[in-house]
Design a binder for this molecule. Structure first.
Ligand code: FUB
Length: 338
């Protein structure tokens, strides 16, 4: 049983990071965790109170910079490396630096981030550093052909990198079909296939897409596409990809129903078959995560709004171990142990 396997570690973690915010001196969210140079690096959003009222557009998420966190192990103190990138140093971006991710290749580190341009449209940018913690220097233009939010960059076993991205509502994915923007486009009707997340292979220099982005299909166990009205299972935002026993696990948030779900496939491009929930709803409207392997075990990095007393745009990053059953299904976590 997973509880048994982690019994001792959970006791240890209670005394350290697990179930508590990793840091409390700033608000952090949308954690993308990676092991770089033998340490755990976490690339979160940096939540702030900007005094903007809540709306479905997400204007109250008015973040303007990124901090990188690191830990030697799951029980070590967490180091905040300070400001790694500020919107003032990104020529093309005006506001709302949302969920980032990072990758490394050939000794360089790449921070991928969405932000709104002055026309109010999200694109995804990249910034480069010689160290995992930055500071990062932004490219002068966003990645050509990128749009929407929540980039997650996955390195496959052969060294190829893929970016997964997209998010509906405030993330603007509903305004795109076949990679083209139209402000009058909306979500499909309830009985139509849901909009899928988007994937593109990265170029050799990690600064561009290698091909036109493609929409990913998520199907049910009978092979039918998940429908737009299936709010408990359809993709909303917060893509992540990891591998377990040779299978590709695409995970995501269902947004307005507040679940972290996953779907399994045989290729980084999908299709992916819906497989269940990873995490039940947390305190706060959003839920967002990454899954990171450290010393042979998988960990879920996620956030909630407990520290701020439930303020939805003031979140804190947490971490918990995850377990698989014999069929490769992830055992659903309850964030507060109920
Ligand atoms: O942090 C801003 C947005 O909230 C992210 O981009 C979404 O995934 C949600 O967590």
């Amino acid at each position: 049983m997973p509880e048994k396997q982690y019994e001792n570690e959970i006791e240890t973690y209670k005394e350290s990071a697990i179930s508590k915010p990793l840091v409390e001196h700033i608000y952090t969210a949308d954690p993308s965790a990676h092991v770089f140079e033998g340490k755990i690096y976490i690339y979160p959003s940096h939540d702030i109170e900007a005094g903007i009222p809540f709306n479905d557009n997400g204007d109250h998420f008015a973040m303007c910079d990124y901090h990188v966190l690191s830990m030697d192990s799951l029980t070590s103190p967490v180091q905040d490396h300070g400001v790694a990138l500020h919107v003032d140093n990104v020529k093309w971006a005006e506001r709302q630096m949302w969920a980032p991710d990072a990758a490394t290749k050939n000794g360089k580190y790449f921070l991928y981030f969405p932000a709104k341009k002055s026309d109010g449209i999200f694109q995804i940018g990249v910034a480069v550093s010689n160290t995992p913690h930055g500071p990062f220097m932004a490219q002068p233009e966003p990645i050509g052909g990128s749009y929407s939010i929540d980039p997650a960059v996955f390195e496959d076993d052969d060294g190829t990198h893929y970016m997964y991205f997209g998010g509906i509502w405030g993330g603007q994915l509903q305004n795109y079909r076949d990679n083209k923007y139209n402000a009058s486009f909306a979500e499909p009707q309830d009985g139509e296939p849901a909009l899928g997340p988007i994937v593109a292979k990265m170029s050799g220099d990690m600064l561009e897409f290698d091909h036109t982005p493609r929409e990913i299909l998520i199907v049910d166990e009978g092979g039918k596409p998940l429908l737009a009205g299936d709010h408990e299972r359809r993709f909303f935002e917060a893509s992540w990809m990891h591998k377990h026993k040779g299978k590709y696990y695409f995970s995501y948030s269902t947004g307005n129903t507040h679940y972290l779900c996953y779907a399994i496939g045989d290729s980084p491009y999908g299709p992916f078959v819906y497989a269940g929930r990873i995490l039940e709803p947390v305190v706060g409207w959003t839920t967002h995560h990454s899954i990171c392997e450290f010393e042979g075990k998988h960990y879920l990095f996620y956030h909630d709004s407990t520290l701020s007393g439930g303020v939805t745009h003031l979140r804190s990053v947490k971490v918990a171990p995850i377990e698989y059953d014999d069929d490769g299904k992830i055992i659903t976590l309850s964030p507060y142990g109920d």
